[in-house]
Design a binder for this molecule. Structure first.
Ligand code: CP
Ligand code: NVA
Length: 301
């Protein structure tokens, strides 16, 4: 059978995504009860990071240690990847020595190229286009707090970025309605919107987006690689902050999520992360559990 990869949420069926999340909930219980699950001793996870990370690195590395495996951090600064060795050559060599690979990079085409030449599963740990691992954690978190997300209304407020794109994919894979409020010039990919027009609605007004919403989500206004645009973006996103006032237009039991890192005074105010509706700390922790379930799924194919 061809090797399976997880480059976007669309690489798995809705049933497989559910299965991964159910297993994540079980692995979380086991981890908290200190039930050993050394399933992959002597296995090696290769972790290629071309961008910074806290949650992704710690969760993958800790998760693979729970499985009894070893996680190897690879930075382009000190590998030949940073000196222009072709992706295909790197993929062939690295995948001949490790059992599974995760990559965080800029261009989505890089992970597609790597996966094409890899003999082991490749996981997208964030590209400029998508961040599917974060969506697994977000969906697990919603399910744990509120049950099924099917048929619910989710609101994305802010930049039409990689996280927003993964929310669009999640809307179709998890069967929910998605309202997106972005300022002009910062909209998500038009083709992706068109392909999901039956369940995704674009608006400019954040209040219109969050009305009757069950989950409100935002992210930084300037993603990694957009540092030079920060000033212009802060201006363009004025009025797009998620705070108590905006949350008051959502359903009374609406939850708030943010993949983190967050910038207080910008996309959120000082109190948003610790407000009663916020589940961001569970959301961050669930990266650990759901990526363990994801790696187990891919390694057991
Ligand atoms: N949410 C997320 O991916 O965080 P890091 O950039 O810290 O990995
Ligand atoms: N959109 C953000 C997400 C960080 C986890 C970025 O790409 O920098």
């Amino acid at each position: 059978m061809a090797v399976r990869h997880f480059l976007t949420l669309l690489d798995f069926t809705p049933e497989e995504l559910q299965q991964v999340i159910e297993r994540a909930i079980e692995l979380k219980r086991m981890q908290k009860a200190r039930v050993p699950h050394v399933k992959f001793p002597n296995y090696v996870l290769g972790m290629i990071f071309e961008k910074a990370s806290t949650r992704t690195r710690v969760s993958f590395e800790a998760g693979f240690a729970h499985f009894g495996g070893h996680a190897m951090f690879l930075s382009p600064r000190d590998t030949q990847l940073g000196r222009g060795e072709p992706i295909a050559d790197s993929a062939k060599v690295i995948s001949s020595m490790v059992d599974i690979v995760m990559i965080r990079t800029f261009g989505h085409d890089l992970i597609e190229e790597f996966a094409k030449h890899s003999s082991v599963p490749v996981i997208n740990a964030l590209t400029d286009k998508t961040h599917p691992c974060q969506l697994l954690a977000d969906m697990q978190t919603y399910i744990e707090h509120r049950g099924s997300i099917k048929g619910k209304r989710v609101s994305w407020v802010g930049d039409g970025n990689n996280m927003c794109h993964s929310y669009i994919n999640a809307a179709s894979q998890f069967d929910f309605e998605l309202m997106i409020a972005c300022p002009e010039g910062y909209l998500p990919d038009a083709e992706l919107i068109a392909a999901n027009s039956d369940r995704v609605t674009l608006v400019n007004d954040p209040i219109a987006a969050v009305r009757q919403s069950d989950l409100v989500v935002t992210d930084t206004w300037a993603s990694m690689g957009q540092e030079d645009e920060k000033k212009a973006r802060i201006k363009a996103f004025e009025g797009y902050q998620v705070n108590d006032k905006l949350m008051s237009y959502a359903n009374p039991d609406a939850l708030f999520m943010h993949c983190l890192p967050a910038y207080r005074g910008m996309e959120i105010d000082e109190d948003t992360l610790n407000a009663p509706y916020s589940v961001v700390w569970d959301e961050a922790e669930n990266r650990l559990h759901v990526q363990k379930a994801l790696m187990e799924f891919l390694l057991e194919q």
